[in-house]
Design a protein around this ligand. Structure first.
Ligand code: ATP
Length: 183
């Protein structure tokens, strides 16, 4: 593993979309939300595949998962970062893309665990209109809590606007690779 990309951004700004288009470059995607969803699915006997997909199924559990995972994080802020990295075959690839960075403590855990040289932070930004067109609507308890807002005042190695609809994602991926010099 040579580099870890930590990708953050508000809901529907394209974190999964962009991460998936980076995949053919000796990379895997790691999602911090995965161990959370697995545990939740096990406890409540939910459909784990629907929970992991980007469809609407997971949305009905989002608020409760935030509350429960915050409780776990209060005792151990790196718990889910550690679990997600442990589950993934990170040593078989050059690049690890963490596609759902949401908190300052997530970034802190990666810096502390892997060192600053290995980490690049990326913030995706989309206008409200774009996010609405992609299905986002403001939800109290989700859009106004730390899991969505903690990184609003942070700085990143790279901020990238993802407003243009570009099914191949090629333009934005080229800009990302060029800026981060990952080619
Ligand atoms: N540049 C783009 N061109 C075309 N469609 C896009 C682009 N970026 C994102 N989308 C589409 O917008 C929708 C939301 O993107 P995505 O699921 O990646 O967002 P997200 O940031 O991961 O959201 P969440 O935080 O809710 O999981 C998806 O249907 C995706 O295909």
């Amino acid at each position: 593993m040579r580099k870890i990309l930590l990708i953050s951004g508000k809901r529907k700004c394209g974190k999964d979309f962009i991460s998936e288009r980076l995949l053919n470059r000796q990379a895997i995607i790691v999602r911090i939300s995965e161990p959370i969803k697995r545990e939740w699915a096990r406890k409540l006997e939910l459909d784990i595949n629907a929970m992991l997909s980007d469809g609407p199924y997971k949305e009905q559990f989002r608020r409760d998962m935030i509350l429960w995972s915050d409780e776990v994080r209060r005792k151990d802020y790196g718990f889910f970062c550690r679990a997600a990295m442990k589950e993934a075959p990170v040593d078989t690839v050059d690049y690890v893309i963490v596609s759902d960075i949401r908190r300052k403590n997530d970034i802190r855990w990666f810096y502390e665990t892997y060192g600053h040289e290995m980490i690049q932070t990326v913030r995706l930004i989309s206008q409200l209109e774009t996010r609405k067109a992609r299905g986002w609507q403001f939800t109290a308890g989700i859009d106004d809590v730390p899991s969505e807002c903690d990184l609003d005042d942070s700085t990143f190695d790279l901020e990238l606007v993802n407003d243009a609809e570009d099914e191949s994602g090629e333009q934005i991926i080229d800009r990302l690779l060029e800026k981060l010099q990952l080619n």
